[in-house]
Design a protein around this ligand. Structure first.
Ligand SMILES: Cc1cc2nc3c(=O)[nH]c(=O)nc-3n(C[C@H](O)[C@H](O)[C@H](O)COP(=O)(O)OP(=O)(O)OC[C@H]3O[C@@H](n4cnc5c(N)ncnc54)[C@H](O)[C@@H]3O)c2cc1C
Length: 414
């Protein structure tokens, strides 16, 4: 097999939905060499919806596709490179993270995972025979026009199910909604519920779930099971739209970052995954509200986080772990009096060596990322000694004679 071509970037973003595109805008604008990899249509899930009414700045509403095209144009303006391919594998060990596609290995200092989710399916009998162009759709925008004057079924009662169902009533003759709950109970917001229940083209079949899908090559019947009575009923329909939630696209990240039980990636509020240099943003994250507005916020934070991480890497490699002379790194805390009071003494020690040793100082709280790179659980008043760009010793004894003794030994070895 042909060897894969290697390319290096500052940031690789996996996924070109609202989160990935926003991260790209921030990274591109910070002049980072940025690559965004998208396996499908740039814009992600937002392109599935015809109308987005709740994204700020568009009082008249906007189409998902139109909005995402603007995001992409803005990222391109800032020099972000786009690749239309599938990320197959990642390796987050080491300083240069690897992102593997069919032809390439992209090496990067940081990776932003913005791979979102995909629609969940019902698992009913013969469902897989009718997916996508054979009668089961997950995208009203894409398939509404083909259902002009026809009968369609919606599975689900969440926001997407009811809002997309209402959009479909503009085209279809009849929209039948299968709801798993008791009559009147739905998972959507109250406004959507009221509008849906009052829409003359929408009818609701309560306490039901799909038992099987039937047809001759193309779906023509959905068999619903009444969960209370066990009764089976066949509905003749032209297209069935499933809106029953999402599964995160995280298969390739298993054992590379922590995933929760549902497969989502937990992060802190800085979008850090726990693996240094790896961020997650958007629907792929374990979070409460999965929307374009929150994906945008996540993407912005992850983009800035990537920029700071790279800046810290440069400080760490070129200044703190410098290889020109023996060095010592004094870790203190601005809110810890004893450690702060030793700062002038440390400066005096450095000066007394007349330029033969180099001192670096890290504030434990402000320089948390730098401390993470040295070791975890560092206390104020810890000294790291370096020789030839490598750690030589870690000590908490900060007495002047002891520090000088250490430095003398390093100078003897240098
Ligand atoms: C029908 C519907 C209606 C909606 N309506 C609204 C609404 O009105 N308002 C609102 O705010 N939100 C709405 N949403 C939700 C909104 O679309 C999402 O919250 C948002 O798009 C999430 O963005 P994201 O970037 O996190 O993920 P996504 O948009 O899912 O993007 C992730 C991208 O990553 C790509 N990807 C995944 N794995 C890989 C891989 N291995 N290699 C390369 N690329 C990969 C995918 O192809 C995808 O394009 C709606 C969603 C749906 C489905």
């Amino acid at each position: 097999m042909r060897e894969k071509k290697r390319e290096r970037y500052d940031v690789v973003i996996i996924g070109g939905g609202a989160a990935g595109l926003t991260a790209a805008i921030y990274c591109g604008r910070a002049r980072l060499n940025t690559l965004l990899i998208e396996k499908g249509l740039v814009g992600g899930l937002a392109t599935y919806t015809n109308e987005i009414e709740n994204f700020p700045g568009f009082p008249e509403g906007t189409t998902g596709l139109g909005l995402m095209e603007k995001f992409q144009a803005q990222a391109k303006k800032f020099g972000v490179r786009f690749k239309g391919t599938d990320v197959k594998e990642v390796n987050f060990e080491g300083e240069w993270k690897e992102v593997h596609t069919f032809r390439n290995i992209f090496e990067s200092r940081t990776v932003i995972i913005a791979s979102g989710g995909r629609p969940r399916t019902t698992g009913a009998i013969d469902e897989k025979n009718y997916l996508f162009d054979k009668g089961i759709s997950f995208c009203a925008t894409c398939d509404a026009a083909a259902n002009e004057g026809k009968t369609v079924m919606i599975i689900g009662s969440g926001d997407a199910a009811i809002e997309e169902g209402m959009f479909l009533t503009k085209f279809a003759r009849e929209v039948i909604v299968s709801v798993i709950h008791d009559e009147g109970k739905m998972d959507c917001n109250e406004i959507a519920k009221e509008q849906g229940l009052n829409n003359p083209k929408m009818s609701f079949v309560w306490n039901t779930m799909v038992n099987s899908f039937k047809g001759d090559g193309h779906l023509d019947t959905v068999e619903l099971k009444n969960l209370k009575t066990g009764e089976m009923t066949n509905y003749k329909i032209d297209t069935c739209f499933e809106f029953i939630g999402y599964i995160p696209n995280t298969e390739i990240f298993k054992e590379k970052v922590t995933l929760n039980r549902q497969g989502y990636i937990p992060t802190n509020e800085l979008m850090e995954t726990g693996v240094p240099g790896i961020f997650a943003a958007g629907d792929v994250r374990d979070k409460e509200l999965k929307q374009v507005a929150t994906a945008v916020g996540d993407g912005a934070i992850a983009g800035v986080g990537a920029e700071k991480y790279i800046a810290d890497c440069e400080v760490f490699e070129n200044q703190i772990m410098q290889s020109e002379k023996p060095g010592f790194i004094y870790v203190y805390s601005a809110i810890d009096d004893p450690s702060r009071e030793l700062l002038p003494m440390m400066t005096e020690i450095e000066q007394s060596y007349g330029g033969k040793v180099k001192m670096s100082v890290i504030d434990l709280y402000k320089g948390k990322r730098l401390c993470d790179r040295l070791a975890c659980d560092i206390e104020p008043m810890t000294i790291f000694y370096t020789l030839n760009g490598k750690l030589a010793a870690t000590e908490t004894d900060c007495d002047r004679p002891h520090v000088e003794q250490r430095l003398n030994k390093l100078l003897a070895k240098a």
